[in-house]
Write a protein that binds this ligand. Structure first.
Ligand code: HEC
Length: 91
């Protein structure tokens, strides 16, 4: 029983980290873009303008899929960057 409780601790800590990161999403997502994309893409707004898809959901889905195979293995960073770029597009 106590072993199971100990296993739960990292999961809870991880969830708390996600929740607290939510408070500063704007900054965190921009930093993720700068870390992973800026060396090859100088302007986020240029990428955002060229995203394909008629709705935000479509653009987010297409970009997320594209990034799986485009210099980004980290799913958390991918989600943050997708959100950051798609938020800069029209509704
Ligand atoms: C090592 C350099 C490099 C890195 C790092 C990189 N890209 Fe790219 N990216 C490219 C190149 C070169 C192209 C154009 C050729 C192609 O489509 O592969 C491209 C194309 C794209 C496109 C398609 C643009 C279009 O015109 O349709 C998107 C969207 C994109 N990148 C997003 C990103 C994002 C978001 C990141 C950060 C996770 C990123 N890229 C990181 C080099 C890079």
């Amino acid at each position: 029983m106590s072993i199971q409780c100990a296993r739960a601790v990292p999961v809870v800590l991880g969830a708390l980290t996600l929740i607290s990161a939510g408070g500063s999403v704007g900054f965190a997502t921009e930093a993720a873009f700068q870390t992973h994309c800026l060396k090859c893409h100088s302007r986020a707004s240029t990428l955002a303008r060229r995203l394909k898809g008629d709705t935000r959901d479509e653009r987010a889905a297409a970009l997320s899929k594209f990034l799986e195979d485009h210099h980004l293995d980290d799913p958390a960073a991918r989600a943050a960057i997708v959100k950051y770029l798609v938020e800069q597009t029209d509704p």
